[in-house]
Design a protein around this ligand. Structure first.
Ligand SMILES: C[C@H](O)[C@H](O)[C@H]1CNC2=NC(N)=NC(=O)C2=N1
Length: 96
């Protein structure tokens, strides 16, 4: 099992992510051109999440996707969350 880390450590390796106010997690809100682009982002990430067996907590309203990442099995932020965050950032930049 991956060991949990201070969320600040993860944030230091990422762009635009923040500590979650309510739990050991990292969070970011992505904003896209429209709903279809936002949903396409979610669909592509869902496939990658399933492949990695590591899933986001997310909330979508129109063109925004609020993402919270934490590793439930570890009770906090792990390398798996950093890896998924980087995948999200890479895809979001392509969709911009
Ligand atoms: C049984 C299954 O492999 C586990 O529940 C996986 C599923 N996806 C997961 N996703 C996240 N974010 N954290 C986990 O600990 C986790 N565990």
């Amino acid at each position: 099992m991956a060991d949990k880390m201070d969320p600040a450590t993860a944030i230091g390796q990422l762009e635009g992510w923040h500590k979650s106010g309510s739990k050991e997690a990292i969070t970011k809100t992505f904003k896209f051109a429209d709903f279809s682009t936002a949903f396409g982002f979610m669909s592509a990430i869902a496939t990658q999440a399933e492949k990695a067996d590591h899933h986001p907590e997310w909330f979508n309203v129109y063109n925004t996707v609020e993402v919270t990442l934490t590793t439930h099995d570890a009770g906090g932020v792990t390398q798996k969350d950093i890896d998924l965050a980087k995948k999200m950032d890479a895809l979001a930049s392509k969709l911009a």
